[in-house]
Design a binder for this molecule. Structure first.
Ligand SMILES: [Fe+2]
Length: 233
């Protein structure tokens, strides 16, 4: 499986604090059956320019890659991306191309934790047309309490990709809802959103178990197929 959302790069954001911690997170991810992990550190447009962020990300990625190679361990490859905080004008910012998952036109967007206004929705729907980018909404589970399910259906219908966190499937109070959304085709990608090895560790396998037990192997196959479709693998 691909873990499409993680904060595994060392000293990039509020995620991994060291190369050692990143290696432990990679080891745990490998044990959980993750084949590829996308490093998606937070990008806040008010804090830095994309080029500054990319420079920091490159340094962090190289440090991790070196440590992985020195460890001699077989660990999942880390592809780069970003968790881009939504901002007014995101659909018109050419700079956003730089923040896509490497080698793709797919961008992970962290949406406002509030009911999305018409203009917010319009910007997301505009992105394929104005920038030729495919938006992935990060951790949809965070916003469901503010949106109508119909809106998510509309976004999906219009080609927006939806990512859910593994914890959505794992939490007792949300597991049913997560399974229902997956069944209805309202979740395309799974991410751990792991930040460390303690409070927010890699947890993809737990979610995979829930999906398998509730929907059978077909549920997991649907997710894999969906990963392949989105990333063109
Ligand atoms: Fe995140």
């Amino acid at each position: 499986m691909i873990d499409v959302h993680s904060h595994i790069l060392p000293q990039m954001d509020d995620g991994s604090t060291s190369v050692q911690q990143s290696i432990e997170m990679l080891e745990e991810s490998a044990l959980q059956g993750v084949d590829i992990i996308a490093a998606t550190p937070h990008y806040y447009p008010e804090d830095e320019y994309p080029d500054e962020f990319l420079e920091r990300r490159e340094t962090s990625w190289i440090a991790l890659a070196k440590a992985v190679s020195q460890s001699g361990k077989k660990l999942p490859p880390v592809i780069t991306g970003a968790e881009v905080a939504f901002f007014d004008g995101i659909s018109r910012s050419e700079q956003m191309r730089k923040l896509c998952y490497s080698g793709t036109n797919i961008i992970l967007v962290e949406m406002p934790c509030a009911t999305w206004s018409k203009s917010v929705v319009k910007e997301i729907l505009d992105m394929p047309y104005t920038l030729d980018l495919v938006p992935v909404i990060a951790h949809i589970d965070r916003y469901m309490m503010y949106q109508k399910r119909e809106l998510v259906k509309q976004l999906v219908k219009e080609g927006v990709i939806i990512q859910a966190n593994a914890s959505f499937f794992l939490r007792k109070d949300s597991s049913d809802k997560a399974v229902k959304m997956l069944k209805k085709g309202l979740i395309h990608l799974l991410g751990s959103d792991c930040h460390n090895m303690t409070s927010r560790p890699p947890n993809i396998s737990g979610a995979a178990e829930v999906i398998k037990s509730r929907l059978g192997i077909a549920g997991l196959e649907y997710l894999r197929e969906s990963e392949r479709n989105v990333f063109g693998l």
